[in-house]
Design a protein around this ligand. Structure first.
Ligand code: SF4
Length: 282
């Protein structure tokens, strides 16, 4: 019989590779190719994850809201299986769909790369900034007990106005259970080497922001900490971790003989920090 709790307690479920935006800071194009299994099989995948130790899951992509079956998957994962969910979204497709999405999630995670529309639009589509701010209002008015997080990808383009982004977020996040994270611009499937700043400069700037905005700031992991720390699940049941810019296949979720406890144990150990974070998800 298959052992229980074989998987790390936090997983990243890639719902789709599709996205309605084409951000120059996106790393999605680097994912391994995959086909999408029917919804019934994806639901079975969720059952396997829950039965084998996964307690919290990031729902990510691509843009998850381009997936028509997303509400069904969220309901299954949260209402039926009790998984805590974080939804990573660009927010642009949320309006009108939120009632079928937000009740099932514990935390919404949005990207914000500038402090207003002009400074954000180098990285995202025009209109994205205002949509994110509208989403904060929606969370405050209708889902104040759910958590909201903003992630800023730090590049040569925005490194000099991180403080302004933080100040804007302090104002906009009033009344929210909120945190801000900074991501390094890794060259993983991204095509703009000129955006990348030296890693030690990123760390210095992240430290400055942590000191300046200690109430809402959460530290990012170092480059090495990310290796073998992620447990990715793809919609074709492929499971992967990453090392540097490489996806490392671990097996197929629906074929227990295809993966082994030793390699999954390594990821469980490396993902300790992520599991601490998972405990903070309400
Ligand atoms: S919204 Fe996210 S997934 Fe879509 S292109 Fe931008 S970074 Fe990539």
């Amino acid at each position: 019989m298959q052992a229980q709790n074989i998987f790390p307690s936090a997983a990243d479920f890639i719902v789709t590779k599709e996205c309605n935006l084409h951000c120059p800071v996106c790393w999605g194009s680097h994912m391994p190719p995959f086909a999408r299994l029917p919804i019934e099989m994806q639901e079975s995948m969720l059952e396997v994850l829950a039965k084998n130790g996964v307690k919290a899951m990031s729902i990510t992509g691509g843009e998850p809201l381009t997936e028509p079956n997303l509400p069904k998957l969220l309901k299954k994962a949260n209402s039926d299986l009790g998984l805590k969910l974080i939804l990573f979204t660009n927010c642009t497709l949320l309006q009108g769909k939120e009632k079928n999405i937000l009740p099932y999630i514990s935390r919404i995670s949005v990207s914000l790369d500038g402090y207003n529309e002009p400074t954000n639009s180098y990285a995202r589509k025009q209109g994205h900034f205002d949509t994110v701010i509208d989403t904060f209002k929606l969370m405050r008015n209708k889902y104040p007990k759910k958590q909201t997080q903003a992630i800023t990808v730090v590049t040569e383009k925005n490194k000099d106005f991180l403080e302004k982004i933080g100040e804007r977020l302090v104002r906009e996040s009033e009344g929210l259970d909120f945190c801000w994270k900074l991501n390094y611009y890794f060259l993983i499937g991204r095509e703009n080497p000129s955006f990348q700043l030296p890693y030690n400069e990123f760390e210095d700037r992240a430290k400055d922001m942590k000191n300046r905005f200690s109430d809402m700031f959460q530290v990012r992991y170092s480059q090495e900490d990310r290796d073998y720390a992620y447990f990715f699940v793809f919609p074709d049941a492929g499971i992967y971790t990453t090392k540097g810019s490489e996806y490392i296949p671990l097996g197929n979720l629906l074929i227990p003989d295809s993966y082994d406890e030793k390699s999954l144990g390594k990821i469980k150990l490396k993902s300790l920090d992520r599991r601490k974070e998972e405990k903070k998800i309400k």
